[in-house]
Design a protein around this ligand. Structure first.
Ligand SMILES: [Zn+2]
Length: 291
């Protein structure tokens, strides 16, 4: 197809992934470029992605970490952004309508486009842990914009302290940033040590599965979605992660006919790391603009 497309830009901590989406949802162009930090750096990175797509824009949707309010980004700490009128900056330079939302909520829309399910939760296990909830094609924002922030649900009051100030949050056990801090090395190294029989490394992986399983239960009990898709950097662990979380879900359901009846281990799916759901979902954010 030719003519204007919906552009979707997913701004991550290290790279910006972008797609141009045709009316039928197929990807016309796809690019990736490094993320520059700071307010000006983020604007430059998004503009570089738009230029690289080399496709006229019908709408521009941007998914970015942080608290989003009317196209403005607040406190995207990992990007070095305190406050940025991202929608305004991009609109002034490109002239196309711009929608901005939190990256995990954008990815949830992208995940929902991969299934016929009417209700879906997307659990992102990245540097941090958060979820997006989509019901009948709409993302739930909540009254103050924190719907889905289940990474800060405490599951162990005697656990390690979280950056949010609470103790034993899901994010402490299942967030890549916290795992790397506790282990002193990234998850891939922890997994290698666990494979070699190291007990402390196996314990970290067991905590990861327990934390992710608690997130799945929270989403299931609050929303009862048909599918819970799991993505983010940690989901690169693929089938092993799925079976570890399924095992933790089954152990928690042991002795509870109620939990067992929910068959949660059958509702979880891992997003393929090659699937650009963040950028695709960002492109779908543009549909909110009615352009
Ligand atoms: Zn927390």
């Amino acid at each position: 197809m030719t003519g204007p497309a919906r552009l979707g830009i997913d701004v991550g901590g290290t790279s910006v992934e972008a797609v141009a989406l045709d009316a039928d949802g197929s990807i016309r162009a796809r690019t990736r470029n490094p993320t520059e930090r700071g307010e000006d750096g983020v604007v430059r990175s998004v503009l570089a992605a738009i230029r690289a797509l080399d496709t006229p824009a019908k709408t521009i949707g941007i998914g970015i970490p942080g608290r989003i309010d009317g196209g403005r980004v607040h406190d995207a700490v990992n990007l070095g952004v305190r406050e940025l009128d991202l929608a305004g900056e991009i609109w002034r330079r490109c002239g196309a309508p711009v929608a901005v939302d939190n990256d995990v909520r954008g990815a949830a829309l992208g995940a929902a486009s991969r299934t016929r399910a009417k209700s879906l939760a997307y659990l992102n296990l990245g540097t941090g842990v958060a979820a997006g909830i989509v019901v009948d094609g709409r993302v739930i924002d909540g009254s103050s914009g924190v719907a889905g922030e289940i990474g800060h649900l405490s599951i162990d009051p005697r656990g390690p302290q979280c950056a949010c100030g609470q103790f034993g949050c899901i994010e402490v056990f299942a967030g890549g940033g916290s795992i790397a801090r506790r282990a002193g090395e990234p998850l891939e190294r922890v997994a290698e040590r666990a494979d070699a029989g190291d007990e402390s490394a196996s314990g970290i992986l067991a905590d990861l599965a327990r934390g992710a399983a608690a997130g799945v239960r929270a989403l299931a009990l609050a929303v009862d979605p048909e599918i819970i898709m799991i993505g983010g950097g940690i989901a690169r662990r693929g089938e092993r992660l799925r079976s570890e979380i399924a095992g933790a879900l089954a152990r928690a359901a042991d002795g509870s006919a109620f939990l067992a009846s929910l068959r949660l281990e059958e509702r979880i799916e891992i997003v393929s790391p090659d699937d650009a759901i963040g950028a695709v979902g960002a492109a779908l954010l543009g549909d909110r603009l009615g352009a």
